[in-house]
Design a protein around this ligand. Structure first.
Ligand SMILES: Cc1cc2nc3c(=O)[nH]c(=O)nc-3n(C[C@H](O)[C@H](O)[C@H](O)COP(=O)(O)OP(=O)(O)OC[C@H]3O[C@@H](n4cnc5c(N)ncnc54)[C@H](O)[C@@H]3O)c2cc1C
Length: 415
């Protein structure tokens, strides 16, 4: 079918930029729209990790047991603002529903269908934009404070076994042989050889935007307020200043803000913000080869282009509450334990909003109600990891190609 208008992609985070880039490679005319500088949302300050093993279903009985303790402990990896928690009840019920044994396997299989190809897709995307040097050669070490903590994480190793992902278990001095800066009190670690990291996630979005413009795409600054449609499908995107961008194919990739736009279209998506923090330490006084993940304490340390980045944490407190920088400082204390030589001087702090679905798998879907409308959101903790794969799959969907992955689990109307 011939299309008179360009495809419009609303949202120029890593997800929208990856989709727009792939569409331009296929010869589509594309307009990308964002109300702020591209890449300034969640994609700006994530932990830069290509976390191939990170697709375990979060809702499961073992997590539920920990929740009450976490919610009363301000230092816990997950916290919730008590007032906001009440507004989250419908989301939380869906979260519990996703933890049924029958759902856990399906959610993990769906995640694996993306994760097991994500690195190859990312390398291909980086090659196409001439940014392969942004991907680390080095991989990731997962750290454990005790044998018990290592044992408690056996579910993730079983998941990797099931999906053919590799890991190597290290104990005692073997850990320091790989990463000499690590605290000798850390008894156990696993090397995750398929996990890598990006030197600067914000720069990656910028490089994608440059490639989009070079391929003939356009970038428009504007605040999307409404989608216009008639009985044949999408007709236009309306911006706050009154501009009307005509189109018959529109992708909403506005991160956590997709919730409000979808609600107005009477196609509600149960998206929540999982607020997370980072501290970017420009003069860390030490260096690291690997990125580090500490599953028990839900934080990461990544050697990025601008120094060492420490971050993670999950705070359920909505879109408008001011950041609680204590959350970032707790992570820095954990990092100082892991790396005793770490100096925290010359640093910046950041908070961002992960677009989170209750079942921890994204929405990548045509609208169930409006022809020509597509959604790409809800990538939670793995938006950077999945970005290139999302770009390919969404471009396949929009251009009517056969998809190499079953996207039924990611449909917008699954709840
Ligand atoms: C602390 C933290 C650590 C993380 N670590 C990792 C990691 O190591 N690896 C990983 O894979 N993922 C990680 N993530 C998750 C990852 O950052 C997100 O999944 C990803 O950035 C989501 O990308 P997005 O493009 O959907 O959203 P965003 O980056 O938020 O982009 C959405 C864009 O839409 C625009 N927008 C919104 N509403 C409108 C509107 N009405 N009109 C116009 N524009 C609009 C915004 O301005 C924004 O630019 C982390 C996240 C956080 C917070």
């Amino acid at each position: 079918m011939e299309h008179r208008h360009p495809v419009i992609v609303a949202g120029a985070g890593i997800i929208g930029a990856s989709i727009a880039h792939e569409l331009t490679l296929r010869g589509e005319k594309v307009i990308l729209v964002d109300r702020q500088e591209p890449g300034r949302g969640a994609s700006f300050g994530n932990m830069a990790s290509i976390a191939i093993n990170g697709f375990d279903a979060v809702s499961r009985p073992s997590t539920w047991k920990k929740l009450p303790g976490w919610l009363i402990d301000p230092n816990a990896p997950v916290t919730a603002d008590p007032l906001y928690a009440m507004r989250m009840v419908p989301w939380f019920l869906k979260f519990l529903g996703a933890g049924r044994p029958s759902r856990i396997r399906a959610i993990e299989d769906a995640g694996a269908s993306l994760a097991t190809r994500a690195l190859d897709d990312l390398i291909a995307m980086l090659d196409r934009i001439g940014a392969r040097d942004m991907l680390s050669e080095a991989s990731c070490l997962s750290l454990y404070a005790s044998e018990k903590a290592f044992d408690d994480d056996r579910g993730n190793r079983a998941l990797m076994d099931r999906h053919g992902l590799k890991y190597e278990v290290l104990a005692g001095d073997a850990i320091r042989e790989r990463e000499p800066q690590l605290n000798p009190a850390i008894p156990k670690a696993t090397v995750l050889p398929q996990n890598h990291f990006i030197s600067d996630p914000f720069l990656l979005v910028k490089r994608l935007i440059e490639a989009i413009l070079k391929n003939g795409g356009a970038l428009i600054a504007g605040d999307v307020t409404r989608v216009e449609r008639d009985n044949r499908g999408v007709t236009a995107l309306i911006l706050r200043d009154g501009r009307r961008l005509e189109t018959d194919r529109l992708v909403l990739a506005t991160g956590v803000h997709t919730r409000a736009l979808a609600e107005a279209l009477r196609e509600p998506i149960p998206l929540e913000t999982e607020r997370g923090y980072h501290t970017q330490i420009m003069s860390p006084g030490t260096d690291l080869t690997y990125s580090l993940i500490w599953p028990e304490r839900a934080f990461m340390v990544t050697p990025t282009a601008g120094g060492i980045r420490v971050g993670g944490s999950v705070e359920m407190a909505g879109l408008t509450k001011s950041p609680n920088w204590k959350r970032a400082r707790i992570l820095v204390e954990h990092a100082k334990f892991a790396i005793p030589s770490l100096k925290v001087e010359n640093y910046t702090e950041w908070m961002g909003h992960r677009p989170a679905m209750p079942d921890t798998i994204p929405v990548m879907s045509a609208s169930a109600k409006t022809k020509g409308l597509y959604y790409a959101t809800g990538h939670g903790h793995l938006g950077l990891t999945y970005s290139a794969t999302v770009g390919l799959l969404m471009a396949d969907m929009i251009t009517g190609r056969t998809l190499p992955v079953d996207v039924l689990p990611f449909r917008v109307d699954r709840f």
